[in-house]
Design a protein around this ligand. Sequence first.
Ligand code: BEZ
Length: 212
Amino acid sequence: MKGLGCHKGSSSLASLCVSRWGVLFSHPKDYTPVCTTELGRAARLAGEFQKRNVKMIALSIDSVEDHLGWSKDINSYNGEPASTTLPFPIIADDKRELAIQLGMLDPDERDKDGIPLTARCVFIVGPDKRLKLSILYPATTGRNFDEILRVIDSLQLTAQKRVATPVDWKPGDRCMVLPNIPEEEAKALFPDGVFTKDLPSGKKYLRYTPQP
Ligand code: BEZ
């Protein structure tokens, strides 16, 4: 997928572009209910992202001052002391500069002045600074952070091993052998076995292997 350029002057975004993975997730507005539940959940899952070497960065189109006040609410929603500190930064994109640059604005959701709000974008960036996955949710649908961790597990596995992950895959489940690997090479690559499902077409493309 295309590269996500580093944004000069944004030290947060620039740090996405070093050697780690990164996830950038945008929010329509500070002090809104769904966003508060999402950031609360993201904060509670910070250790899971850290385990996977993924730097988290949120973005909302409000000011630093609003972000600090809202962070207190988010911590309080999580049953924590009302501190301004979250385990990840929130970019204060109050001029919508990044939101416009990264195509995050949702034409169907507008603020009281009729200006478009940001959709719920998820961008996952690999250590090579390239965009590996993007998911776009409308403002009215909160994200599933278990799914975000699941796709990170798949992206990291498939970056290392020559497999693909099938529908509803979870870590530890069997994987699919890539279609471009010849049979003999697949046997050598996957010593735990390659299991081919017989199909009416007679074509041997549905090949499973235990997760390498
Ligand atoms: C929310 O976070 O609850 C929200 C924000 C903008 C539009 C709809 C819902």
